[in-house]
Design a protein around this ligand. Structure first.
Ligand SMILES: *Cc1c(COP(=O)(O)O)cnc(C)c1O
Length: 396
């Protein structure tokens, strides 16, 4: 078994310390799988904040659009301003953090829909709509038990008791967010569902949205009219502790820069934290914490050379890690340029996250900007997505 050199390796020229491959067919497939789970009439949005969870918001959103997605969420205005022009005009791009004072005109000029999270945001939006953008759309966020963004019970009651407060704009969505959706037995899920039902009853006729990725799997009672999955689209397991119902989207390969045969009893890397005996074969790879690989992964995470596990040893450096080739057959050549999977079929993102003491969300959104990024589409025809044709290619 040789070192894994993918067929298209020539494309991702060995100028970067690692290659990040994003499977757009798997991404589109994940969106369809989630959509197909929803109750009839419930739409499936795509949450593409944080640059599409680190994978590239533009290409991710265009892929989801081609699969049928028409509603997108980002966190901040800047993200929305970048994303909106990358999508056909009938895509709704909604900004979860809502407008900060005096940014309202930027929303309407760009065709972005704010989520209004506080009485101040509602007042600001109403004033803007009244004077400059009559009937402008907005979503209203009610807090049902997370104390993060959204109106408190008291604020929401005051709002619905004052018909003037929302007269000048079109409130076309009421939403809330679940704190414990990934823990199906948690009492907060039922209590948030109940609080959301009560809130919706006070805004009759306004569509509702409650579920994130994991919320979809809590059951139909959490679906309402629009689901807002993020992380599951990207292959992270929305049902922790149970088999992952999603397809893997991300592969992360680190380039071997140097292979050495240790010739003395010594230690590896900064801090001299890991001892190796003479005769051991090690490889140094061109990925480090500056690429988003958590420093806590040192000594915990295992890479794979093909199907052979090669554990990280010593500390993670800024640009480098070291792996132990002890399990690789002695007669198997390993050379600079070969690739080691840090995230791949043998070590999906959830495993890597668990080993490094974090969650898949953090691993993905921390993925650095130095990787050669390769977007592949293994199953769709070129017309199925807007990422630039069949097969694969390097896309910014
Ligand atoms: C991030 C976010 C989502 C998506 O959550 P996932 O757990 O990634 O599916 C949905 N809604 C809101 C308000 C969010 O902030």
């Amino acid at each position: 078994m040789g070192a894994p050199v993918p067929a298209a390796d020539a494309l991702a020229a060995p100028r970067a310390g690692g290659i990040l491959t994003v499977d757009l067919a798997a991404l589109a497939d994940n969106w369809r799988r989630l959509r197909d789970r929803l109750v009839p009439g419930c739409q499936c949005a795509g949450v593409v904040k944080a640059d599409g969870y680190g994978l590239g918001a533009g290409v991710v959103a265009r892929t989801l659009y081609a699969a049928g997605c028409r509603v997108f969420f980002v966190a901040h205005l800047d993200e929305g301003l970048r994303l909106k022009p990358a999508l056909p005009t009938d895509a709704r791009v909604s900004v979860l953090s809502g407008p900060l004072p005096r940014t309202e005109p930027e929303f309407t000029a760009a065709g972005l829909v704010p989520v209004l999270n506080s009485p101040e945001q509602i007042e600001g939006w109403a004033r803007h709509a009244r004077t400059r953008a009559p009937g402008a759309s907005a979503a209203i966020h009610v807090d049902t038990g997370m104390a993060r963004l959204g109106l408190t019970d008291t604020e929401f009651s005051a709002l619905v008791d004052d018909p003037d407060a929302t007269r000048d704009f079109a409130c076309d969505l009421v939403m809330s967010h679940l704190a414990c959706a990934d823990i199906p037995g948690h009492a907060l899920n039922e209590s948030q569902a109940e609080a959301f039902r009560r809130a919706r009853a006070r805004l009759p006729g306004v569509p509702g949205s409650l579920a994130n990725s994991s919320g979809i799997f809590l059951g139909p009672g959490w679906h309402h009219d629009l689901a807002r999955p993020g992380v599951a689209l990207y292959g992270v397991n929305p049902t922790p502790g149970r088999p992952n119902p999603m397809a893997d989207v991300v592969r992360l390969q680190a380039r071997i820069l140097q292979v050495r045969r240790v010739d003395a009893l010594m230690t590896v890397g900064y801090g001299a934290t890991h001892g190796v005996e003479s005769g051991r074969r090690l490889a140094t790879l061109g990925v480090g914490y500056a690429d988003g690989l958590p420093r806590a992964a040192g000594g915990c995470v295992t890479g794979y050379l093909g199907d052979v596990p090669v554990p990280l040893v010593g500390r993670v450096s800024m640009d480098l890690i070291t792996v132990d080739l002890g399990a690789v057959p002695e007669n198997q050549p390993v050379a600079p340029g070969d690739l080691v999977d840090l995230i791949g079929p043998n070590n999906p993102v959830d495993h890597v996250a668990a080993r490094a003491g974090t969650i898949g969300y953090e691993i993905l959104t921390a993925l650095g900007s130095r990787y050669a990024r390769r977007y592949v589409d293994t199953r769709c025809s070129p017309t199925d997505h807007g990422a630039g044709g069949a097969g694969e290619g390097l896309t910014p």
